[in-house]
Design a protein around this ligand. Structure first.
Ligand code: GMT
Length: 377
């Protein structure tokens, strides 16, 4: 198949997932055309089946806000015509599903082409931004105009039906992880550089938005640190990073907390870690937690949104209500207190991650594409 994938190219989970999906489809022989405004961060290796089409955003003194939807729709039209795409798969509804709809109308009217569109809902496009009045009518309309809709968790499917008048069926296709890549052997020298005296390594990775509650991560770590030698790695960047750094100074733990910024080789970092922390107010899924589990790292998370669908309480880690820092710290200590317990959680996390392996989930997207194509012809 010739598949167009529209995505955000940044470090956010939807962009990561869309890139990994495209690369997996290309490895299976499909021709994949990524359409976005910058080279996606996880798109590094050369593959003869992968193409990247940049959406050029031209500026003009009149435009305080350049019309990205229009530029994207025009690029989609161009790619469909020149690359003879069979279908378009857009990740994150805003504004991608709308641009897909516009492109489809243009192609139908001008060229008599019927472009099948699949929209995958990821999280904040529904729960935070999408249901805001500013966007809701457009999101509802463009979701309903898609030929197929998928959501990355049962929770997100429910949230979508609750907040939007979606008349169509939403298929849940969960996020996935390339277990083989994340379960690599840890690099000892790297582990020693972070934890020279064999301290436990706790890790958090996100885009440091308010919703991630990174302060909670720092506070939980401070409590754990009182009970056992430990280091904390904070991976990523975003608006709350500075406040989290300040807090670690205030709590006098800054020597044990490393802010390492955005990282491309997440597998190398995950695999040297002992516990992944995800304290978010909401996660539709929590892809970073799944990547941690594939690297044999148990997860301590909040129980918000779709997190209970991947983190099995008492087995792959623990969950507590949002903001329950003391409870979370107690759980962290109980996982990290001895090697035997930690080893048990590590193995269980890995076993559970295998159920979300890329080789299990990608065929579900292929089957969906086939069924959409069959319905359109
Ligand atoms: O919240 C983020 O970190 C970014 C956001 C995105 O769309 O890039 O992530 C959402 O999609 C991810 C991939 O499906 C999910 O794993 C995240 O849970 C989801 N974030 C939220 O729901 C807050």
């Amino acid at each position: 198949m010739r598949i167009g994938i529209v995505l955000y190219p940044t470090f956010g989970g939807s962009g990561v997932l869309a890139t990994e999906l495209g690369m997996a489809l290309a490895n299976k022989g499909h021709q994949v055309h990524f359409i976005t405004y910058r080279q996606p961060v996880r798109l590094s290796a050369f593959n003869a089946n992968i193409f990247y089409h940049e959406v050029r955003i031209t500026t003009y003194p009149l435009f305080e806000y350049p019309p990205y939807e229009s530029a994207l729709a025009s690029t989609i039209v161009d790619v469909v015509l020149n690359q003879k795409l069979d279908l378009l798969h857009v990740h994150y509804a805003i504004p991608h599903a709308l641009s897909a709809y516009i492109a489809r109308q243009i192609l139908r009217k001008n060229d008599g082409i019927r472009l099948p569109v699949i929209t995958t809902l990821h999280g904040t496009d529904i729960t935070l931004v999408g249901k805001d009045k500013t966007y809701e009518p457009v999101v509802t309309f463009s979701i309903n105009e898609s030929d197929a809709i998928t959501a990355v968790s049962d929770n997100l499917k429910e949230e979508t039906y609750k907040s939007f008048h979606v008349k169509k069926d939403i298929e849940v296709i969960t996020n996935f992880v390339d277990v083989a890549r994340f379960s690599k052997k840890p690099i000892d020298a790297f582990r020693k550089a972070v934890a020279p005296n064999g301290e436990r390594i706790l890790i958090h990775a996100s885009n440091f938005r308010k919703l991630k509650r990174v302060d909670d991560v720092v506070r939980i770590f401070a409590k754990v640190r009182q009970h056992l030698p430990a280091k904390l790695m904070m991976v990523g960047d975003g608006p709350e990073r500075h406040a989290a750094e300040e807090l670690s100074r205030e709590l006098n733990i800054c020597d044990d907390v490393r802010f390492v910024g955005k990282q491309e080789q997440m597998e190398d970092i995950m695999v040297i870690s002992d516990l992944f922390l995800l304290t978010s107010e909401y996660e539709s899924f929590g892809l970073s937690a799944l990547e941690a589990m594939a690297a044999r790292v148990p997860v301590l998370s909040s129980n918000a949104g779709g997190l209970p669908e991947i983190n099995v309480h008492g087995v792959t880690g623990y969950m507590a209500p949002v903001g329950h820092i003391d409870e979370m710290a107690d759980y962290a200590i109980s996982i990290l207190k001895d090697d035997e317990t930690l080893g048990r959680f590590k193995q269980a996390a890995f076993d559970h991650a295998c159920k979300f392996d890329i080789h299990q989930i990608v065929p579900r997207y292929e089957a969906l594409y086939e069924s959409v194509l069959a319905a359109v012809v």
